[in-house]
Structures are given as C-alpha cells and as structure tokens.
Write a protein that binds this ligand. Structure first.
Ligand SMILES: [Zn+2]
Length: 126
C-alpha cells in the first residue's frame, strides 16, 4: 500500500511530493531565477526528474492554465463593462503571472503525472 502523500498545502507551497517538506525550487517566486528547479529533494533525496525531459509535459498543464486564465479574465472584463481593454489587459495579466503558471505546471507534473506514470520510482525506495 502506498504511504500517505502530502496534500494541497504542500502542493501550493511548492514542496516535495514525497515527503512534503523539501523545497522543489531553489529561489523565491519573485526572482529572475524563478525557474531554477532542484534535481532532488534536499531532505529525502527524492529525484524530481525520473527521466530526461520529464518537465516537457508541464507545457500541457501550462497551456490548460493559460486557457483557463483567458476565459476567466474575459468573463471578468465583460462583466465589469471593460471588455474593450481585454486585448491589452489579458496578455498583461498572463505575462505578470508567468512565474506562477510555470511553477504550478511543474508542480502538477510532480503531483499528478509522476505517481501515475512512474509508480515504481515514486512509491519505491527512491
Ligand atoms: Zn522530499
């Protein structure tokens, strides 16, 4: 039986999907090095990249997040009667949120795809 996994709090805090305490990224969210992902958990030594190119899959999650963001922003701009500004406002919001979208798409890869596709590596002894 798989052990209890870290939950939503660890996911939102960008912590290790195995132990729930080790940080996945080296620097803070507001930094030019926001994309600097660690190779392994500093606490439990769990490898964040089971094979080369694992994080390419994060592109699909980032696409989904951006589409959801565009739909949500369009509704908000329309509902507030400022839809004429949406052509400038929505790309601006997306560019500002690039670090957030990048990080959480990688976290989705670690929390959703990793345990499903790499069961042996995730539930085994590292
Ligand atoms: Zn860990």
């Amino acid at each position: 039986m798989p052990a209890k996994r870290p939950g939503l709090v660890s996911f939102l805090a960008c912590k290790c999907p195995k132990c729930g305490n080790g940080r996945v990224f080296n620097s803070g969210l507001i930094s030019f090095k926001f994309a600097d992902t660690r190779y392994a958990c500093p606490l439990c030594n769990f490898s964040f990249e089971p094979e080369t190119g694992f994080f390419y899959g994060a592109m699909y999650f980032s696409y989904a997040l951006i589409v959801g963001l565009i739909i949500t922003c369009s509704i908000i701009f329309y509902a507030t009667g400022m839809f004429d500004y949406a052509i400038v406002g929505i790309p601006t919001i997306i560019v500002i949120l690039v670090p957030v979208i990048f990080r959480y798409s990688r976290m989705m890869m670690l929390y959703i795809v990793y345990p499903l596709v790499y069961k042996d590596k995730f539930y085994g002894k590292n």
